[in-house]
Design a binder for this molecule. Sequence first.
Ligand code: MV4
Length: 660
Amino acid sequence: MFAKILIANRGEIACRVARTARRLGVRTVAIYADADRDGLHVRAADEARRVEGYLDIAAVIAAARDAHAEAIHPGYGFLSENAEFAAACRAAGIVFIGPSPEAIAAMGDKAAAKRLMEKAGVPLVPGYHGEKQDSALLEKEAARIGYPVLIKPSAGGGGKGMRVVLNKTAFVAALEASKREAKSAFGDDRVLIERYLERPRHIEMQVFGDTQGNVVHLFERDCSVQRRHQKILEEAPAPNFTKRKEMGEAAVAAAKAISYTGAGTVEFIAEQDGRFYFMEMNTRLQVEHPVTEMITGLDLVEWQLRVAAGHKLPAMQQDIEIRGHAIEARIYAEDPERDFLPATGKILHLGFPDERAQVRIDTGVEAGAQITPHYDPMIAKLIVRGHDRATALARLRQALGEVEIAGVITNVAFLRRVVESKPFASGELETGLIERHRSELLGKKPVTDEILAAAAFAELAEEEKHARERAAASGDPYSPWHRVDGWRLNEDSHHDFVFLDGETPHAVRLLFLESGLRITVNGAAHALSGQRLPDGRFFIRLDARAFRARAVRQGRDWHVFAEGEYRRLALKEELAGADQAAHAGSLAAPMPGKIIKVMTEAGSKVAKGQALLILEAMKMEHTITAPADGRVKEIHYAAGDQVLEGAELITLEEGPENRA
Ligand code: MV4
């Protein structure tokens, strides 16, 4: 086994590889770009080297040499399927933890790969995969195959440049469009033509080869649930799938045809009746490998390291079996309500369910991390196992409800809706599932009374905390003006809030009665009480209901998590029955930009409305002013600094004692 390896990647997969390496006593070297210098993956490794970028072949090899790493694990993405990189490792005397450059290249050209697979007896979608590309010939081939057909670029996967053609009349225009897109995306305008399958499933087989020529498969994964070729949910084994044995044999034949070594995935497209056809082979470890690990009990990274070190496969086909069912959900920073636009920002709070035997979380970020547009927006993978699919599904639903992410918009609620949906629950998987059920899966659900009550309770607790601090700081801590329970002398004891859920206002009234606290939400009054739990959450009683809730404050907003639901609520105004409590606050950048000028300094007293800082964004200047009287506690940036949206610029201590 290797003494030391370099991990040429970042994020969750770099952390994932480091975990197994550590368990095996293999030392690890991380690489990082400047934007990632504080990344979790840097700390997950034993040492780290700065590189200009993760795609810089010479720099990665130099880092490995410099650190005396014997091998490089490429993870997925970046250089993982770059034959040139694998060859450069070989030339430098470093082991590439993956297949040979020849195997990578053989699968890189999709049409050439299909010709090769055809020879190896692997089933293909009826089609044309030839080298001749004149349009009259292609049109004739399309007619031979029979419409509808699909035109695909030979050079690329991922759906780019693909065109469905319904009939002969539309063929030439579609061919030209496909070629144009292929040329600009891959620098290669060759295409192949296939019969178009209407409701296919994406089923892939995990394979492994060693340097002695042994090849096994580790069963299939169903990755049909995706949108725009981005996988969302993956599971193993594929539900309602009848061709496991045949597909396993086809995948092993595919790997053997190119003398494959290491971890690979043979992708198939399958019809609803189970007939399947080779699509492409991914010559790397995949994002969704954990579902295979959960059903086989094997560690695929350990297998990769062993095979790369020249050992025989740790288990042969007859020793590998399926135990139970596993599902992975990919948590992305994206906004389902805005056409899944990638979201950016700072993660203010990050909470996951406790990891246990059947619940696994693979992540590469932590609270405080910035989600930037520069890298993949995946925050974490949540993987669950059950003795059958229904159990795994229930566990996934539960675990998703326990995920707490504040500060950046995510797809967690959307995932939960997909998981709870009828087509997913019944295992009727197909690549069009999300699109077909779009309207049921999207659209806002009304905010619950529990969420509003938790927000109001959190706001009250926050105000009481400040009142207590004020009382302690004043000379007369027993003055009735500092009472923290809402009671005010000779005043109507209520407290009104308006919480904005997006555009929708929700009026909430807290009433302080002798009998206790009451809350009015959505026109109905309820008894309310609560206490703080050791983990920082509230335990709240709302009439006869009791639940746990977490509330995370961001300026005047509350991020509230309760009963699997999440809302960001903006406190719009507060018409207190008595004097207003002051708010400690942070001033956040409203958009990404550059600091032009700082007009105050730490320790200064400032008045409400006073200009503190100028931010240039989108070619305009924005003046950041004090939201209240207070004292500047800390200034986090200087003139010339670039800031991300939501970055805390200045921390203010508010309150009358800080008044100028
Ligand atoms: C297909 C197909 C229907 N018929 N081929 C999309 C990406 C590429 N790797 C293969 N893809 C498809 N090929 C034929 N002959 C439908 C798709 C397809 C798809 C495949 C797998 C997963 C998701 C998909 C989403 C849309 C289309």
